[in-house]
Ligand binder design. Structure first.
Ligand code: NAP
Ligand code: MG
Length: 487
């Protein structure tokens, strides 16, 4: 393993709250200990916001709101474009920071930084395209003018699995639309968010427009912000469980809510698919981010004539992945983010094995330090096994056989989640037919990655409300204003 010096990676990253353009400790001096999941060692101590700090941040965003909303779209676009350039220039430093606080591999972290930066570029291009409409009322009496105006102060809450991209996917469209924001990053990964705040300041974002508020008291701090009438929007990415709670809080003050929640993606392989490419696609859909992605393939359904061969080839590729510290360039699988996640994965696998599944590869947690779980493939999985029902969020692939297209569709849709589905087939017409019947917001058809800043990302059912990315992503941060006018 390469020698890793965490200090050289974190030394220039701010560790205080970022409110109104100023870094400051929390009002009660509380701190969060940030650690490297590959070693368990502390890498930084970051300020942990109190309720008072949350309200201060809302105040700063509210004060900065009118000027930012009145800033010419072209100017806002230029700022976002500079943010894209800076993020691209600093890709290597940011990637190393992400590896250190999240645990993912360097390749995954580099891909995340590139993806995250693209949200700044895409929304720099969208900022100047805030279109309204004009029409004649059906009665002919007047005109109907519809404008798109910034919705106002937005609270953004993000998870630890893509600490950069989940932040920029919200900050980009919010700033493009003319909103000011308070970002509450996950306690596991606050450093990346603070590094992005620094970069945005350098790109020309005025103080108060983006506030970053790490807090281990997320429940009370976010609640207080949503209760504040100055807040008009909450955009959340995280678990369905927390999303439900935020929707309930938002109901009290009728705050507009966008929710990107959990997934339980089915991955269908038809026997007419090219098996080599199906396995490659499966590896991407399963193992991007070590399985810690809301879009991760969670359940593999393979048409019976292909199931044995597919399982063997998938297991061979899984078993060949080298596990270790993400900063080691030869490593293909890092640790899980913390002990709780590792234990949850281990428990899902052992319960599934107790119900009769066979372990084709992997299947047992590895001793520490660090929170490692090996690449695992399970076959002959019982239909009621928890590994098929819950979001695994780790490097585990359960494989189940199916016999007919109708059965595959039914199995795929038998979940309360609806974020993404994957379909592999050599017959494009069949692929499109099945894709149309997937009850999910997104489908990967012979493709293991769907994420794209230009595309509407989001889910149906309990995977969420609203879309991020594309033109739709910016509309989430606007409100329509209708003016009935006679002239
Ligand atoms: P999480 O536990 O729901 O946390 C997400 C964020 O919410 C964190 O910033 C967390 O802060 C905060 N939070 C926790 N409890 C809260 C509360 N009561 N009120 C307000 N905020 C609260 O999710 P996670 O474990 O970080 O991330 C994994 C989940 O995110 C998975 O379910 C995954 O599918 C989902 N995800 C979805 C998408 C998507 O686009 N659909 C993308 C990525 C991830 P603390 O860290 O301080 O607890
Ligand atoms: Mg959490």
């Amino acid at each position: 393993m390469t020698t890793i010096d965490p200090d050289s990676i974190v030394k220039d990253v701010p560790v205080e709250l970022f409110i109104g353009g100023i870094y400051r400790p929390s009002s009660d001096s509380a701190r969060i200990s940030v650690s490297d999941p590959a070693t368990g060692a502390e890498i930084a101590s970051v300020a942990s916001a109190s309720v008072q700090d949350g309200l201060d941040a809302v105040g700063a965003a509210h004060a900065a709101g009118p000027t930012w909303a009145a800033t010419a779209p072209r100017e806002r676009a230029d700022v976002l474009r500079r943010a894209f350039d800076l993020m691209t220039e600093r890709a290597e430093q940011l990637a190393a920071l992400i590896v250190l606080e999240n645990g993912k591999t360097l390749a995954d972290a580099r891909a995340e930084v590139a993806y995250a930066a693209e949200f700044f570029r895409w929304y720099s291009e969208e900022a100047v395209r805030s279109m309204g409409t004009v029409q004649t009322a059906p009665s002919g009496a007047n005109r109907i003018l519809v404008l798109r105006q910034p919705i106002g102060v937005s609270v953004l809450v993000t998870p630890w699995n893509f600490p950069a991209a989940m932040a920029t996917r919200k900050i980009g469209p919010a700033l493009a639309a003319g909103c000011t924001v308070v970002l509450k990053p996950a306690s596991e990964t606050p450093l990346t968010a603070l590094a992005i705040a620094d970069l945005l300041t350098e790109a020309g974002v005025p103080g108060g427009v983006v506030n970053v508020l790490p807090s281990s008291r997320s429940g009370s701090v976010v609640r207080a912000m949503l209760d504040d009438p100055r807040v008009r929007k909450v955009s959340f990415t995280g678990s369905t469980e927390v999303g439900r709670r935020l929707l309930a809080s938002a109901a009290d003050t009728v705050v507009s809510s966008s929710m990107e929640l959990g997934g339980n993606a089915p991955f269908l392989v038809f026997a007419d698919a090219d098996l080599d490419s199906a396995v490659d696609i499966a590896m991407v859909a399963k193992m991007r981010n070590g399985g810690e992605a809301c879009t991760a393939a969670n359940r593999f359904y393979v048409e019976r004539p292909a199931v044995a061969e597919f399982t063997q080839r998938l297991a061979a590729q899984m078993a060949s992945l080298r596990m270790g510290h993400g900063l080691d360039a030869d490593v293909r699988l890092g640790p899980l983010v913390n002990a709780t996640s590792r234990d949850k994965v281990a428990s899902l696998v052992s319960q599934t094995v107790e119900m009769g599944a066979k372990v084709v590869t992997g299947g047992a947690a590895v001793d520490g330090p660090g929170y490692f779980y090996p690449p695992t493939v399970l076959s002959d999985v019982h239909p009621d096994a928890p590994v098929l029902k819950e979001e695994i969020f780790g490097p585990v692939a359960p494989v189940v056989a199916f016999d007919t297209e109708a059965e595959a569709i039914e199995l795929a849709n038998a979940t309360e989640y609806g974020l993404v589905s994957y379909v592999c087939t050599g017959d494009l017409a069949k692929g499109l037919r099945v894709a149309e019947r997937m009850d999910s917001g997104m489908v990967g058809l012979n493709r293991g990655v769907v994420s794209d800043p230009a595309a509407p990302f989001g889910g149906t059912k309990q995977s969420g409300i609203g879309r991020e990315g594309g033109h739709e992503g910016m509309l989430e941060f606007t409100e329509s204003k209708y003016i009935a006018v006679e002239w």
